[in-house]
Write a protein that binds this ligand. Structure first.
Ligand code: SF4
Ligand code: SF4
Length: 373
């Protein structure tokens, strides 16, 4: 790549370290790849130390430690210690399953800044059903410990048709737990969630009702709890600026060392994402074909190429384009200007009609079965 082009590139600011695909839970909307069990060996502690050092040297300042369930890594505190020494702001993204007070204290003394705990539902039965593990009471306990140990309390609930009717209870649960932040993340339809979309995509009316409840609760808890409502893009007519623009801000490293411009990019055929086992982070960020593939605007097809809005949304999500049209250079079909927008409308229409009679596929090998809703 020419020097001038290289110097015009931004640096990665966010590093998402997916430490493992192992997880004792089995959410049917999990963002891990469908074939995660067949992927290669996890990076060692030493390899993670090198990745963190190189990304920090390049400019990364925020570090997310996720998975799978990152707590299954016995070397988690060691990785946090190294990140702290490098000056990262560190965020553990966890289901809370397997976390106890001893481990919370250990992570605190390693320098962890932030813990985000996810809960599937404010109701034990549904939480345990979706998680596939009796975990509800423990998650509540973990949320309280997180607060007691002086972390900001961040609760995350993934929203879909099975729990969207519980929006009021979700908000009340977060408030009772003393959450400082509540992230209400409407499901993004990739991987397991796409497989289960007929069960998970709420109707337009359900979205509207849930959003109104969340917005009015925002007022009630102003100054006490911040609520982030991640808008569901199927019900928008313009896509999100996915990853803030491909290869501009975010760098994800998968458990086997594959470097991804977005955590779902493994789904894209022929992208040949590089591995940190073969290349340095600097080479990956600046030189790799995968990271350069959708930078800037030269790759765009119509209608994006001549669209005045392309600098706002960069044509949307490449993974969503590929999964719904078969061409990763297409406009994200969420966009009403896309010739494939009817596919989103059809998915919505099928959701309005009835519940699916297909089984719900859980992430781990468990008997799949139909849920109502
Ligand atoms: S979404 Fe659920 S199954 Fe997937 S990694 Fe997170 S807790 Fe585990
Ligand atoms: S046509 Fe492309 S660039 Fe224009 S708004 Fe739609 S997705 Fe964005």
């Amino acid at each position: 790549m020419a020097g001038s082009e290289k110097s015009s590139l931004t640096k990665p600011r966010w590093l998402l370290a997916e430490l493992t695909y192992a997880c004792p839970l089995q959410c049917p909307y999990c963002s891990n790849p469908l074939d995660y069990a067949r992927l290669g060996d996890e990076l060692s502690t030493e390899e993670w130390r090198r990745v963190l050092s190189e990304a920090r040297a390049l400019g990364a300042v925020q570090l997310g430690l996720s998975g799978g369930e990152p707590l299954t890594r016995r070397d988690l505190a060691e990785i946090v210690t190294h990140a702290r020494q490098l000056g990262y702001y560190t965020n553990l993204i966890t289901s809370g399953y397997g976390l106890d007070e001893v481990r919370i204290a250990e992570l605190k003394s390693a320098g962890l800044d932030h813990i985000q705990v996810s809960i599937q539902s404010p109701e034990k039965l549904l939480n345990d059903e979706l998680a596939g593990t009796e975990s509800f009471e423990h998650k509540l306990e973990v949320a309280r410990w997180v607060k007691q140990h002086g972390y900001p309390m961040v609760l995350c609930v993934v929203i879909h048709r099975q729990n969207i009717h519980q929006m009021q209870q979700i908000l009340e649960m977060a408030d009772e737990l003393g959450a400082d932040y509540l992230e209400l993340a409407n499901t993004q339809y990739y991987g397991w969630a796409l497989l289960n979309r007929d069960h998970l995509l709420p109707t337009r009316e359900q979205f509207a009702e849930a959003e109104a409840i969340a917005q009015s609760y925002k007022e009630k808890v102003k100054g006490r709890m911040k609520i982030y409502y991640v808008v569901p893009d199927y019900y928008e007519d313009r896509p999100k600026a996915c990853m803030n623009g491909w290869g501009t801000t975010f760098l994800t490293i998968a458990p086997d060392g594959m470097a991804l411009p977005c955590h779902a990019a493994r789904e894209l055929p022929g992208l040949n994402c590089p591995s940190v086992r073969d290349f340095s982070i600097r080479e990956i960020w600046y030189e790799s074909a995968a990271f350069n593939r959708f930078r800037n605007y030269g790759w765009m097809k119509e209608p994006c190429r001549s669209c005045p809005e392309k600098e706002k949304d960069f044509g949307g999500c490449r993974c969503q384009a590929y999964l719904m049209t078969g061409d990763m250079a297409d406009a994200d079909p969420v966009c009403s200007k896309s010739p494939h927008h009817h596919r989103v409308l059809e998915a919505i229409a099928s959701t309005q009609r009835s519940a699916s009679d297909k089984p719900l596929f859980f992430r781990n090998a468990r008997n799949s079965r139909a849920l109502t809703g």
